[in-house]
Each structure stands twice: as C-alpha cells, then as structure tokens.
Write a protein that binds this ligand. Structure first.
Ligand code: NAP
Length: 475
C-alpha cells in the first residue's frame, strides 16, 4: 500500500510488486507499486502540509513523535518479525533494529523542542544580529533494504521534528517494514501530508523527486554509485543533500591488543547482519607477528556461528538479500583464492534441505593482499579478509588508502597509540577498542565518498534546517 495525504491506497496503474522472503523464496505479500503520477501527488500534498506543519511548535511536533514511538513499542515483536521475514536478519537483530528505530524517534521528539537560534555579537553597536533556524521544506528520503526500519527512522524523525514534511521511498526488497511503521504514524494521528510513503521503482519515482523544485532536501542512504547519480540528478534544482553511502572499513589489530576482544569485535563487525552493513569491517589489518594467532582465534569463533532462517531460535547468520548479493560474495571469495588467499573457515554456499534462500558460510580468509577485489570493493556479505602490516605508519597508510571514509576500528592497549590512530584515521566514525560505536546521540556519517552530512545526535536535526541570518538596525 502507498500512503499519501494520510490515506492508504493502491497505485493508479494497479501495478504491484512481490515481496520475497529471502530465507525461503516465498512471496510474502504483494504491495502497490507507485509511478510518476503518485510521486507528483505526494510532492504536492507534502508541500501543502509543510505550511501548516512548520508553524506547529517544536513541543507539538515532538508529541506526535513520542506517540509514534509509543505505538511502535507496543508492536516491537511484530515489527521485528516483519523485518526478519522480508530482509532475513535473525529475529534478535531485527528486534534491536526496532528498538534503535524507536530510540531515534524519541531522541528527535525531544530535540524538536530545542531548535535554538543564536545571537551574534555585532561589530556595530547599533545593530542586532541573529541566526534563525527554519525547516528546509519538503524532504525526499530514499532508503536501502539492509536496515529497512532504522534507516527510515533516522531520516523521518529529525525531518518532522525540525518542521519538514517528508516523502519516503524505501527499497522495493523491503517495503513491509516501512508500511508497518507508517501504520504507527497513522494510528498516532500524524497530520495528513506530513509523512508520505511511495513504494515502487527507482526509475519512476527517482526523477520526479530529484527534479522537483518543491522538494528542497534529498536524504539518501545506499551505495556510493547511486549516491553520485543522485547528486548529479539534483544539481538542476540545487537541493540540500544528505548522503549516507558505502563504506570499506578497516579493522586494525596491534600486537599489544587484547586479542580475544579484538577477535570478538572483528567477528561482530564482519558478520552482523550477515556482513550487509555499511560499517561492517571489510579489511582486517593485523600486525605480522600476531596474524596467525589472531586468524586462528577469529576462525574458531566464526565457525561457531549458527546459520539458518532468521525466524528460527538461535540463528546468528541469515540469508543474503538476493541473488546479486550472493553472486558478489561468491565472486569475491573465488577471486581471493585466485590471489593466494587461504580459507580459514567457511568459503562456500551453505546448503540445507529446509533452506531455499541465498546462504553463504561466514568466511575468514588469511593472506589477503591488495590484488584482491575484496581489498577495494565493498563485499556486503559474510567475508573477513586478514591483511598484515609491519608498523603503525603502514597500518595508517593502508587503512586510509581508499576513497571511502565511513567507519574504522582499532584495537590496542597503548593509550598514546590509540589517540594517534584516532587522529590519523580519515573516517567519520572511529571505534578504539570498540566494535560497536554507533548510538543515537552520536553523529553517524562518512568522510570522502562515504557521504555528506550526519544522522543522529545534535547534527542529525541540523540537516533539515536552513540558517537565516538577520541583521536589525536599531537607530
Ligand atoms: P542502492 O542500490 O544504492 O539502493 C538504495 C536505494 O536507492 C534503494 O531504495 C534503491 O531503489 C534506490 N535507488 C537506486 N537507484 C536510484 C535512482 N536512480 N533514483 C532514486 N532511487 C534509486 O543500495 P542498496 O544495495 O539498497 O544498499 C546497500 C548500500 O547501501 C551499500 O553500499 C551500503 O554501504 C550502503 N549503506 C550505507 C549506509 C550509511 O549510513 N552510510 C547505511 C546502510 C547502507 P531500487 O532498488 O528501486 O533501485
């Protein structure tokens, strides 16, 4: 179903798309697939709603968000189940995603009341200078399938808290999480037109959103390749942009690290969400002298991960989202083997009679080198390649030698070294002895080709406001 102007409806064309369970290949539901006409309509209603919504107080907007969070809390289990069914991640991870989505909504419900402006010291005593913060206008949000609920929450919550109205286009692989979330918006009585949901093909919806001068903000989470295209597509209407793009995270382990903690952290960052996370580790760099010991520890831990349908109790690794993802993982492993990589565990598709989806064994590869595709391309799957380094300088150089700059991790017990690494790593998110740095109050986003802008924390809401400078003569 589409949600436009506070109403659930089908597509004008009657077109639908199938939502597939990636663990079984079964069709879960058919949902309406919007085209150009519905997109134009959504832009119109969001634009009309903006003039009313922006004039509500922050406290009023925050109250709606709190009510939405409440509705979502009361449905945590069924929302988690929806995520697992259409996306494949284990139910426990899906539940954490629902709770994280609620946390973002609550955070921005509170921030809505704190959209302070500033006074600026004048250089002329007869002038009064101010900075006002005003909502940008209609925002369009395009989101991926890997976190089908929290990627939407991170955008919609700060946008409507700031006074913007919004149109969401979720990934067509995972529209049900978006629909269930919008049901909560509807039940919370969010005024019509404030949040609108368009499910459908990027070719139909994308150009209408990027080309419309009424859409003043585009916020996108997805691949760097599509992000670059959207930057080009929005050039004619010079939109305010937030881009949360791809990553290629290094994970550096020094000889003085707590090796068990580092191996545990590497496993978590490699295999969470089956490796389909933008801040998943892509390159593990280990000091030469401890590489063998570290590889053994990581492989031992990895081999214990339970693969299966995310709906089954105890599953830790689910299926990949689709055939393309599966093929990419397989080709990266084959290429690594061609370039003298050594499989320490995993390395092949996972097959079981009751599973029909795209399952691949969590894989650890030693003797990784820069000739491998995996050294430069985002795998987006359960593969952990171990590279080695000789000294700190080389580790820094290798870690930064990429167009990406989203997340980096470093394990060391030497405080001075930890601080040097913190400063040297050209990344928007750095975890020192911490493989799980993401939290609602922290800004999330990348350097270089990993993006523009930040989500979360104080920065998140500022992505949805314009700064108006006012100078008042007092004579
Ligand atoms: P994707 O292929 O870039 O797609 C993301 C979204 O963009 C989907 O909704 C897609 O819809 C839409 N899209 C594609 N082409 C479009 C166009 N021309 N106009 C408008 N919309 C368009 O990425 P993905 O495979 O879904 O997600 C994986 C990528 O996202 C990885 O690179 C990952 O690192 C990145 N990611 C980044 C973050 C972050 O915060 N930095 C978080 C999560 C994921 P269609 O499917 O209909 O094309």
């Amino acid at each position: 179903m589409l949600y436009i102007n506070g109403e659930w409806r089908q597509a004008n064309s009657g077109e639908t798309l199938d939502v597939i369970n990636p663990a079984t290949g079964d069709v879960l539901e058919q949902v309406a697939s919007a085209g150009k006409e519905e997109t134009k309509e959504a832009i119109e209603v969001a634009n009309e709603a903006f003039s009313l919504w922006k004039n509500k107080t922050g406290a009023e907007r925050g109250k709606y968000l709190m009510d939405i969070a409440q509705k979502m809390k009361s449905k945590t289990d069924s929302l988690a189940k929806t995520i697992t069914l259409e996306m494949g991640k284990p139910l426990a991870e899906a539940k954490r995603e629902v709770m994280s989505s609620i946390a973002y909504i609550e955070w921005y419900a509170e921030e809505a009341k704190r959209m302070y402006g500033e006074t600026i010291p004048p250089s002329d005593p007869n002038k009064h200078l101010m900075l006002l913060r005003e909502p940008i206008g209609v925002a369009a949000a395009i989101t991926p399938w890997n976190f089908p609920m929290s990627m939407i929450a991170r955008k919609i919550a700060p946008a409507i808290a700031a006074g913007c109205t919004i149109i969401i286009k979720p990934a067509p692989d995972t529209p049900l999480s978006a629909i269930r979330m919008f049901e909560c918006f509807h039940e919370a009585g969010l005024p019509k037109g404030v949040a609108n949901l368009l499910i459908g093909s990027a070719e139909e919806i994308g150009p209408e959103l990027t080309g419309s001068s009424k859409v003043r903000k585009l916020t996108f989470t997805g691949s760097t390749a599509v992000g670059k295209m959207l930057i080009r597509d929005t050039a004619n209407t010079v939109k305010n942009l937030s881009m949360e793009l791809g990553g290629h995270a290094p994970f550096i382990v020094f000889e003085d690290a707590d090796l068990d903690a580092a191996a545990e952290g590497a496993m978590a960052t490699n295999f969470i969400n089956n490796g389909q996370t933008c801040i998943c580790t892509n390159r593990i760099y280990v000091k030469e002298s401890i590489a063998e010991e570290f590889g053994k520890k990581l492989a031992e831990k990895t081999a214990t991960l339970k693969i299966g349908n995310g709906m089954d109790e105890g599953t830790q690794v689910g299926p990949l989202i689709n055939e393309n993802s599966f093929n990419k993982v397989q080709s990266h492993v084959e290429d690594a083997l061609k370039h003298n990589g050594k499989i320490l565990c995993g390395g092949k598709p996972y097959e079981r009679d009751d599973l029909k989806g795209y399952f691949f064994e969590p894989t650890v590869i030693a003797s990784a080198n820069d000739d491998m595709l995996i050294a430069t391309e985002e795998t987006f799957g359960p593969v952990a390649p171990i590279f080695t380094f000789k000294n700190e300088e080389e580790a820094i150089h290798k870690a930064n030698d990429t167009p990406y700059g989203l997340a980096a991790y470093c394990f060391t017990k030497d405080l001075g070294r930890g601080l040097r690494m913190m400063n040297a790593l050209e990344y928007g998110i750095v975890g020192i002895n911490d493989a799980a740095p993401v939290t609602v109050q922290g800004p999330f986003g990348g350097y270089k080709e990993s993006g523009i802008g930040r989500e979360g924390g104080k920065s998140g809401i500022l992505q949805y406001v314009e700064e108006k400078y006012v100078s008042i003569g007092m004579k």
